[in-house]
Design a protein around this ligand. Structure first.
Ligand SMILES: NC(=O)c1ccc[n+]([C@@H]2O[C@H](COP(=O)([O-])OP(=O)(O)OC[C@H]3O[C@@H](n4cnc5c(N)ncnc54)[C@H](O)[C@@H]3O)[C@@H](O)[C@H]2O)c1
Ligand SMILES: O=C(O)C(=O)C[C@]1(C(=O)O)C=C[C@@H](O)C=C1
Length: 299
């Protein structure tokens, strides 16, 4: 499908993409670029990339550049890449917030290379290539954020790649993307962290944490994620995140009021509403199912 793919940032996500592409024969050559030398060596050992290189050496002749870097450095890496890009190169990113990245990327790039913004709605609470897995994207929604300037052939090729990864390409405007992820990704993350901190501030914290069962564990898994990544996400998508917090606060206040008032009828109504919606969520995490099946077989 692709001859030469360069992945800038071969961490958890770039490494997972690389593993899927190498193992699925989606590219003749996958080259990794990453300032973390140990991580890069590990990426080669794990088969996430065929070889490691510097950006300037890797880029000439590349037909796909994947920017899998922390969101704060992505535009800088793109700027550094420009002198080494070959006409026809397709560039995509996987950042959790788009902001004006897509507009700025389109403005800075020459017209003979083609940018398509992307964001796989899959991930893990781990950091670095050691946590990477080739099946991470199977069954997941994968948002792409084309604009009127997006090259149609580049868009089709990115969609084709997403389908090969086993994911579902979904087109959204980049601002619409940021509004959606504020609710279904950024709000849940800050709630998980807040929930853990609520317990941490209790005098009986040790006892509470030792007793924690599925309820606490399931709702807080993501609180163990990379704090620097989440600092960047929450501050870059600040406006949308603040809106989501406001909506959440009013839901929490409603729940609080029903409990204070002993309003059993309304309480059951809102709990049932949530139950129905949660039960109707489509399955999108093939690897989680695999893990659960393995655990059950092990019992
Ligand atoms: N972790 C998730 O669940 C998840 C899910 C979807 C999207 N994302 C997005 O994916 C991107 C990467 O996240 P991750 O979880 O893989 O983080 P990570 O820390 O595991 O990997 C990032 C990698 O980028 C490298 N890097 C830093 N500066 C670089 C530079 N200038 N040039 C090249 N490489 C550089 C780091 O050394 C690291 O190996 C972020 O933009 C994040 O928003 C993360
Ligand atoms: O840890 C996970 O399960 C994730 O999928 C992480 C998750 C999320 O669902 O919010 C986190 C950030 C992303 O940009 C995409 C995915």
């Amino acid at each position: 499908m692709f001859k030469k793919v360069v992945i800038a940032g071969v961490g958890l996500m770039g490494g997972s993409l690389g593993m899927a592409m190498v193992k699925g024969n989606m590219a003749t050559e996958v080259v990794g670029v990453d300032p973390d030398r140990e991580n890069l060596k590990q990426a080669v050992r794990m088969g996430a990339v065929h070889r490691a290189a510097d950006l300037a050496e890797a880029l000439p002749g590349t037909d796909l550049l994947i920017l899998a870097t922390p969101i704060g450095v992505t535009l800088g890496v793109l700027e550094m890449a420009i002198p080494y890009l070959t006409p026809g190169t397709i560039i995509t990113d996987i950042g959790s917030v788009k902001g004006r990245l897509v507009e700025r990327a389109e403005a800075m790039l020459p017209s003979n290379v083609h940018f398509v913004g992307g964001h796989p709605m899959a991930g893990l609470e781990l950091t670095g290539v050691v946590g990477a897995r080739e099946d991470l994207f199977e069954g997941a929604a994968y948002i792409i954020t084309p604009t009127p300037l997006t090259n149609p052939t580049a868009l089709e090729r990115i969609k084709g790649l997403i389908e090969k990864l086993g994911a579902k390409p979904i087109e959204l405007g980049y601002l619409e993307h940021d509004g959606v992820v504020a609710f279904i990704s950024h709000l849940p993350h800050l709630l998980a962290a807040t929930l853990v901190n609520t317990i941490a501030n209790e005098p009986e914290k040790e006892l509470l944490l030792n007793m924690a069962a599925g309820g606490f564990r399931d709702t807080t898994r993501i609180a163990a994620s990379n704090s620097l990544m989440w600092r960047d996400i929450l501050l870059t998508n600040r406006e949308m995140v603040l809106q989501a917090i406001t909506r959440f606060r009013s839901q929490l206040e409603e729940m609080e009021k029903f409990i204070k008032d002993f309003n059993a009828v309304e309480l059951v109504k809102i709990l049932n509403h949530a139950k129905g919606l949660r039960e109707s969520l489509p399955e999108n995490r093939v690897y989680m199912n695999k893990c659960q099946e393995k655990n059950q077989r092990g019992k």
